[in-house]
Design a protein around this ligand. Structure first.
Ligand SMILES: Cc1cc2nc3c(=O)[nH]c(=O)nc-3n(C[C@H](O)[C@H](O)[C@H](O)COP(=O)(O)OP(=O)(O)OC[C@H]3O[C@@H](n4cnc5c(N)ncnc54)[C@H](O)[C@@H]3O)c2cc1C
Ligand code: FES
Length: 278
């Protein structure tokens, strides 16, 4: 049975900057030497609401990128969509505010030992952890192509500096306001046929992850996806985040996406049974 990420530590961290980027906020948070322990795929759990209106449950956010060579020692970047009460509170925190944060949590994307062709697929703010991942894959000598999709242009997060880590970047919006019109999953089948893709890394809405699984099933392509199941504790206690998965013999059991994930092998997830109590 898995246990909480052994590097997880609860700290009070300072917000270094908070910038609006399209419909998102880019938050840079000083986490000191813990930055060296964060890997692409890991997430953080933040106590939201402040002293006077603290909400019971922490909120989970994917670590977008880390920097270990800042004056303060280390920082991490989050890309936050101001959605409900908790994320709106987080987006309202200004430079110098402090946050009660547990970092790092969850599993990380597996990195190939040999240079391979990798396709990265991100939906909405799901693109955030993929740029940090692209940098790691690039350093391994992998060819890295990226597809980003969202309903509309302002929901695409594609930082200029992040683009340097990828060989190609294609953008898809459902309303055609940026890049090509349509869903980000549309070109994947042809790309698998035309290129020698060994692994797809994906992060975004569950429907997108499930659609990618349907395309890769029965092919040689490994699909590593970062699932986003609702999480209450984030540390393996409450079972809120369980997902049905099958082992190689077809036995179905539930895994906690906070400690057995969020990164999982997409071919084991029973996408049609997500949300059911088995
Ligand atoms: C692994 C993972 C990674 C994620 N990464 C990102 C990311 O990179 N960027 C991003 O923007 N979002 C991310 N999310 C989503 C994020 O965790 C939040 O769900 C989202 O920001 C909405 O939270 P909210 O508080 O704004 O919305 P709400 O709808 O207010 O709350 C979200 C959840 O908290 C519960 N809740 C609401 N109010 C309270 C309360 N008072 N006390 C206790 N619980 C309450 C709700 O029932 C709901 O389940 C991620 C989620 C997961 C699981
Ligand atoms: S969120 Fe509580 S067990 Fe995963």
């Amino acid at each position: 049975m898995s246990t909480i990420n052994k590097n997880a530590t609860q700290i009070v961290a300072t917000v270094v900057s908070n910038k609006r980027v399209g419909q998102y906020h880019q938050l840079i948070i000083n986490i000191g030497e813990l930055a060296a322990l964060c890997k692409p795929g890991n997430f953080v759990a933040i106590n939201v609401g402040g002293e006077n209106s603290r909400m019971i449950l922490r909120r989970a956010f994917a670590i977008s990128r880390v920097s270990t060579n800042t004056i303060s020692g280390g920082t991490l970047e989050l890309i936050v969509a101001p959605h409900g009460q908790g994320s709106r509170w987080l987006c309202s925190q200004s430079e110098g505010s402090t946050l009660d944060i547990v970092v790092p949590l969850g599993t990380a994307f597996g990195i190939p030992t040999e240079p391979v062709q990798a396709l990265l697929v991100g939906g909405g703010y799901g693109s955030a952890p993929l740029f940090g991942l692209a940098e790691v894959l690039n350093a391994k000598g992998c060819r890295v192509d990226m597809l980003l999709g969202a309903s509309t242009a302002s929901k695409i997060y594609a930082p200029m500096e992040g683009k340097r880590a990828v060989n190609s970047l294609r953008i898809y919006t459902e309303d055609g306001s940026m890049g090509q019109s349509g869903r980000v999953t549309e070109p994947i089948k042809a790309l698998i046929e035309d290129m020698n893709i060994a692994v797809i890394y994906s992060c975004g809405p569950m429907a997108m992850l499930s659609a990618i699984d349907a395309i890769t099933r029965g092919t040689h392509v490994v699909h590593q996806c970062a699932v986003e199941e609702s999480m209450a504790c984030g540390i393996g206690i409450c079972m809120t985040c369980v997902l049905p998965v099958a082992d190689e013999s077809g036995n179905i059991f539930m895994l906690r996406s906070c400690i057995d994930g969020p990164v999982m092998d997409g071919s084991f997830v029973q996408w049609d049974k997500v949300g059911e109590v088995l």
